[in-house]
Design a protein around this ligand. Structure first.
Ligand SMILES: C[S@@+](CC[C@H](N)C(=O)[O-])C[C@H]1O[C@@H](n2cnc3c(N)ncnc32)[C@H](O)[C@@H]1O
Length: 247
């Protein structure tokens, strides 16, 4: 999605964009923020959207830089969190560069979504470059394993409704044009999804020491429009990676 499309989402953000920190039942993101925080430390929220993670960063770091490609999202974030005087807002496209110097802790939740490999590589280069040597990155991305698992559950749902196996599979089938590149079409938008090993690899190649990669689960309704309210675990998930910049 480009800047105009993200601007169009700004007013309906909470209705259509998964709120990862809210659904993070184990509060893994907040725990990592607390663990790496400090009054003298700086943090950045890359692709901050409407600012859902601004409070946790502002309350645990001395200074926070928040950036987004969408002016409208950024304005909402700034208005909503005006009470925090230690946050600066920057309108920027992180595939083109960073509007501030490296910080101690970078948070980047579901921003690395671009189907274009060239664009994604630049974004990832800049996300990693935003971390000071010895600092940390918390990166959340869509999980390819989760997308394939959701299809399995959808086939089962169709069979439970009485469809024959072949029909159940046909009705659950996705656009697989670029599935081998981890690109899954979500609500009409080709969206990059990562394998766990792939995520570890792309960070290690950028001088990041990967400390931990774990699931952050979210409700079925965000993965499958057809999901009944009582649809049980295992739930779909994003990958949350925490890595340290060497040095
Ligand atoms: C799925 S939303 C996630 C927002 C926020 N991190 C959250 O978890 O609520 C993705 C955000 O990334 C921003 N974004 C996408 N591409 C970007 C880029 N190249 N540079 C900066 N922000 C970008 C979008 O404008 C949008 O606000």
């Amino acid at each position: 999605m480009d800047e105009t499309e993200w601007d169009e989402v700004a007013d309906v953000f909470d209705e259509i964009i998964l709120d990862v920190p809210r659904h993070d039942r184990g509060k893994k993101i907040l725990q990592a923020v607390k663990h790496h925080g400090g009054d003298k430390k700086t943090a950045a929220d890359l692709g901050c959207g409407i600012g859902r993670t601004i409070p946790m960063l502002a309350e645990h770091f001395g200074r926070v830089r928040a950036t987004d490609i969408s002016k409208r999202c950024l304005k909402r974030a700034e208005r909503t969190h005006a009470r925090y005087d230690n946050v600066e807002y920057f309108h920027a496209d992180i595939s083109r560069g960073l509007p501030f110097k490296p910080v101690d802790f970078v948070l980047c939740i579901n921003v690395l979504l671009a189907a274009s490999r060239a664009r994604r590589q630049s974004m990832l280069d800049n996300i990693c470059a935003a971390v000071k040597p010895g600092g940390h990155l918390l990166l959340v991305t869509p999980a390819l394993e989760s997308a394939l698992y959701a299809t399995h559950r959808l086939v089962q749902l169709h069979e439970a409704e009485g469809m024959k196996p072949a029909v159940a599979q046909r009705k659950a089938a996705r656009d697989t044009t670029r599935l081998d590149m981890g690109v899954v079409v979500v609500d009409g938008t080709p969206t990059k999804h990562f394998l766990k090993e792939e995520l570890a690899d792309v960070m290690a190649r950028r001088g990041m020491q990967v400390k931990d990669i774990r699931k952050i689960e979210y409700p079925w309704g965000y993965a499958l429009a057809e999901a009944p309210a009582e649809m049980g675990p295992p739930l779909p998930w994003n990958w949350m990676a925490v890595a340290r910049k060497a040095g």
